[in-house]
Structures are given as C-alpha cells and as structure tokens.
Design a protein around this ligand. Structure first.
Ligand code: PMP
Length: 295
C-alpha cells in the first residue's frame, strides 16, 4: 500500500490527505499515458532527510514536460520545497518520492491544459531487491527515439517496461534487459546498465535510453575512483564476455547482475568494480564518507 489513512500528499498547491484527493476518470494521462513523472529518493542523513539530486530530478521533470508540450508552472525550487514539506508531514526521511504531472479531461489527441501536479512519498526498499539479478534479454526492444522522446520520463513509455518485466518474470527471471531497435544493449525496464571488462567500465550511450541520474552519478564516481568509463554502442556478446555487470537507478540504487540469459560473469560480485561502486554510491546518498562507513 502506497498510502495509509493519514498519508499527506501535495496536489495542486495544497497538502491534502491521499484518501480524500480525487482525479478525473477522463484525463488524457489515464487514457493515453500522456503525462510525465519522476522517481526520486530521500535518505536519512546525520543532518535529517536529504533528497538526493533534487535539482537534477526536477530539471528532468521540466525537460520531460517541455518535450511533451505539457505545461508545468512550478519552479524546480518550489517543487523541491513542496517535497520536503510532504516528507515532513508524513514524518519520513528514508523515502521514495513520486511526482506526477497529469493532464485534465480531454479525449482528443492534442496537448491539453491545464495540468495537475501530484507529489506522493512512501517508504520503499531497493526496487529490485538486494540480491543479485538473473536477467533475460527481452523480446521487446526499447521504443525508437523517432517514435517518442526517449529522454523524457513519460508515463506511456512504461507500457514497454511492464511488458518486458512481466515477460521476464513469467519465464522465471528477476528482470528484463532490453536492446534498442537496432539490436544494441539499451537498459532495463527501470534502470540503466553498466558492465566491466579488464578493469574498464562500459555503459550504453545516450540516445535510446533514459538519461539516468544514477547513471550520471555512477560515471562521476568512476572518474573519482580512477575507473576508466566508456559510453558506446555494445552488443549482447560484449556483455556475455564481460567480467561483471550491474543495473542502477533511483529505485534500484546499484544492484549486481548474476547472469544474463543464464550466462554468468567471470568475476564474483564481491570482487568486481561494481561492488565497490555500489558501496561508494550508498555512502554518497547517505552522506557518509567511505571511512565513516568502514569504522
Ligand atoms: N531507465 C529507465 C527506463 C528508468 O525508468 C529509470 C528509473 N527512473 C532509469 C533508467 C534510471 O534513472 P534514474 O537513475 O534517473 O532513476
């Protein structure tokens, strides 16, 4: 359950109870997937709740709206302030944050106005769990970037994600890995992909994937830790020959991959660069230094 009787949400400028806030059955977002959202996390730190990369997430929300022609009248600063207030009113520090910009009743296929802004928060553990993942290369490919704006976090894109995850789980895997429409490695249904080979880190380049904020953070961490990173177009064969791999995303954080289509990697996860990146990421989001974590 994402809300309880007393859960407070932000909706159109007001803090209201989730149980008492309603939206239309005739909205464009519900019917056509024409809306945008974000997935953000806040962490309990020594100085209280800290939203990780709030600016980057709300800038992406604005960019998603711009690309789709959906008006969003709150600034990045205002959205961040509303979010801290929702966290406070729900007494949550470690939380998942879900902002959603949804459109009014309109059954036509032109961009409608006005829009509504929802921000909900709830406690949510690592989205893909803590254990290593067994992936299946999906029979679905990511949408073509000339069909939709792949860099937008649009609601409707997640039909593709639901199809891929459901297929993978139906066949006994933990999660899917999708290729792009040209057959190159793309991303997971809700996370970006990295793999390592001979001490070097590789990740699919932008274009056919969501430009993940965790992906950008991982690239920065690799640079700080002195691990060379390369962004490019890679094939499933490149991945099969890798020493290790991981998914990353706000919900998933950094999670190791055990196998892809039942093929395992050369390194055990604890010996991989991925495991060190995971530790650095978890320290960063909780504002702990590596040293403080170790003692
Ligand atoms: N790709 C997809 C398709 C996603 O849904 C997500 C989660 N938002 C990501 C990648 C990772 O993005 P981020 O690190 O910004 O959460």
């Amino acid at each position: 359950m994402y809300f309880k009787e007393k859960t407070v949400i932000f909706y159109d400028g007001e803090y209201t109870l989730a149980t008492e806030t309603h939206t239309s059955l005739y909205g464009q977002t519900l019917h056509y997937g024409y809306g945008v959202f974000e997935g953000i996390r806040s962490y309990a730190t020594a100085s209280g709740a800290k939203i990780f990369k709030a600016r980057e997430h709300y800038e992406r929300l604005h960019e998603s709206c711009r690309l789709l022609g959906i008006p969003l009248n709150y600034s990045v600063e205002a959205l961040t302030e509303f979010t801290y207030e929702v966290l406070k009113r729900n007494a949550l520090e470690d939380a998942y944050i879900r902002p959603l910009v949804l459109c009014d009743p309109n059954m036509s296929l032109i961009n409608g106005q006005p829009t509504h802004v929802f921000i909900g928060v709830w406690g949510w553990g690592a989205y893909l769990g803590e254990k290593l993942l067994n992936l299946r290369i999906s029979s679905y490919c990511r949408p073509h970037p000339r069909s939709v704006h792949m860099e937008a976090k649009a609601c409707g894109h997640y039909v593709n994600s639901i199809l891929a995850t459901s297929e993978a789980k139906r066949e006994g895997y933990d999660e899917a890995l999708l290729l792009d429409c040209d057959g190159y490695l793309a991303e997971g249904p809700g996370a970006n992909l990295f793999f390592e080979k001979d001490g070097k880190i590789f990740t699919p380049k932008l274009g056919h994937i969501l430009p993940g904020i965790t992906r950008a953070t991982v690239i920065e961490l690799c640079q700080e830790m002195g691990f060379p990173v390369e962004e490019g177009r890679y094939t499933a064969e490149d991945l099969f020959e890798a020493d290790g791999a991981f998914f990353c995303g706000t919900g998933a954080e950094v999670v190791g991959i055990q196998s892809v289509d039942k093929k395992t990697f050369h390194l055990d996860w604890p010996d991989s660069l991925g495991a060190r990146i995971r530790e650095a990421y978890l320290n960063l989001v909780r504002e702990k230094s590596a040293h403080a974590q170790a003692v």
